[in-house]
Write a protein that binds this ligand. Structure first.
Ligand code: R5P
Length: 291
């Protein structure tokens, strides 16, 4: 009999059920009723027996609402157990890990304080944006890497002379790990993002990618701006096909379509955020991280 019981928050019920199954643990659902003024009534459908309670809830858009759901469920679950683990497969606000411009709030650390205050014992996240973000949470936490799971999917595609490409220098380590798993090499482009306008430019001017199949690897895709700019640059350098592998596919404002229009052959993401592109299931590796 498992020592866990898993509660699925509104954003991650499919994934939560799979994690419960892999842990051979009980699963408890939650329901949400939204009032005309936008407030929601969240209910844990069955009182979990006193065990370690694992609350699974990604905080993709609507980010603030999904975050409040997570905090509310943990706060209620705390009445049933003193050990609450928060599995947050996609942690929104992780990019807000430092004060880039004076006065900017490091919201990821505010989230850490809130998680602590409602009684979270430990946080488990998947491919968090940066090591700094994990540190800023300021709570016992673990980052689970699913790079090898994404790489295993890519292996099956039998690409021609594959090269792993990070769209920016920040993703260098991830690209290296991905390339190791594929037993190939990698490069990292130089990207500039205007901190005020958000405009992105690739400042790398040359890359040896001719006739190679490329895998653009990133932790997350939001608007698709970074991937589109990188693809346009790489196509100009006469690469062969471009594949995109990311852990968290937010795909806001029709990003999937725009990325395909830029010439990407296939986008592969995971089910930390469910979408048409989420081909890689992270439930097994998350369950294993709890064992
Ligand atoms: C940035 O450093 C991240 O790793 C992603 O590259 C970025 O946040 C993706 O955002 P977008 O799709 O809007 O360019």
């Amino acid at each position: 009999m498992s020592k866990y019981v898993v509660i699925g928050g509104n954003s991650s019920q499919g994934l939560a059920r799979k994690i419960a199954k892999k842990l051979k643990a009980g699963y408890v659902n939650t329901s949400t009723r939204t009032f005309p003024d936008g407030e929601s009534k969240i209910t844990i459908k069955k009182i979990p027996k006193k065990k370690i309670i694992v609350v699974v809830q990604s905080t993709f858009p609507p980010v603030d609402s999904n975050l409040l759901h997570l905090l509310s469920i943990i706060s209620q679950a705390r009445k049933y157990s003193s050990k609450i683990y928060a599995v947050i497969p996609y942690l929104g606000y992780a990019r807000q890990d430092r004060e880039f411009l004076d006065g900017e709030v490091v919201t990821v650390s505010v989230i850490g304080k809130m998680l602590k205050s409602v009684g979270t014992k430990k946080v488990i996240v998947v491919d968090i944006h940066s090591k700094l973000a994990l540190k800023q949470l300021g709570i016992s936490s673990e980052n689970v890497s699913v790079v090898s799971n994404l790489a295993n999917y890519i292996k099956k595609l039998k690409l021609k002379d594959p090269l792993v490409v990070s769209p920016d220098q920040g993703g260098k380590e991830r690209a290296g790990e991905f390339a190791d798993a594929l037993k190939t090499d990698f490069i990292a482009l130089k990207k500039h993002r205007d901190r005020k306008t958000g405009k992105i430019n690739i400042i790398t001017t040359k890359a040896s990618v001719k006739d190679r199949d490329l895998i653009l690897v990133d932790d997350m895709i939001s608007t698709g701006g970074s991937i589109i700019k990188a693809t346009q640059f790489l196509k100009k350098q006469k690469c062969r096909r471009v594949y995109v592998a990311c852990t968290h596919g937010l795909f806001v404002n029709g990003a999937e379509k725009k990325i395909k229009q830029a010439g990407v052959t296939q986008i592969i993401s995971t089910n930390t955020i469910p979408s048409n592109s989420s081909k890689v299931d992270v439930s097994k590796i998350l369950a294993e991280s709890l064992l």
